[in-house]
Ligand binder design. Sequence first.
Ligand SMILES: O=C(O)CCC(=O)C(=O)O
Length: 264
Amino acid sequence: MVVNKDIINDYKNNGVALLRNVLSNDWLKKLAQGIEKNFQNPSQYKCVYEKENGKEIFYDDYCNWQRIEEYKDFIFNSDIAKIAAQLMQSKKVNLFHEHILIKEPGATKRTPWHQDQPYYCVDGKDNCSLWIPLDKISKEVCPEFVKFSHNWNKKYLPTKFFGHTYEKKDDEFEKIPDISNNLKDYEIASWELNPGDLIAFNFSIIHGAPGNSSENRRRAFSVRFVGDDATFAKRKGEVSPPFPEVKLKHGDKMNSPSFPEIKV
Ligand SMILES: O=C(O)CCC(=O)C(=O)O
């Protein structure tokens, strides 16, 4: 799979790019099976952000690829790591982790505006998250990205998806601007998506997502990779995912069984 040069440039300049029709139905079916398994037997990291009459309607889980065969197969045997490598323009690609985020119809909670990198134990600019929808997504439901914000050279305090910032903070990080009340000051990217499409975005871009006002489920498989310049970061505050098993030191290359290199 060869990613078009314009898309690679969009990714670099805007911090976000849309790739249409790049995943087959077979892979999407496999991911959907994996997600079923995942939530029948969630990990300790599963979190529920919204319930309606006792039913979970906004929830997530992450770091399950080692136990969910379908995820592992997709990550190592589809073209997804090759796509990430081309977008990052990197020779070396390591998996960071996968993150599943589900909003059932009627979920009203926004995923707050945030940058991913301050949550993550990784420094560097060569990185890429691929947000893969398993359902049809209208523009009103699609995640939203503040174009160019990956290049502002800012690190904002991580925000829990419940809406408050982390208790154990890194004071070097600043408070994120109020994007929702100043939308005219920003260029926001979002799209209508079909299964097979994906959104690629840099760990430092500011993004958030509306609730799910549609009649479809909104299942997303967000898989994250790091590239050539990535190094392990020990943050002063809390990180997410926590990766308690990783014993790397600040500044080390991301060489760990938790972050396997994928040959592309
Ligand atoms: O799916 C969402 O609601 C947010 C996605 C997101 O923040 C991410 O994948 O980094």
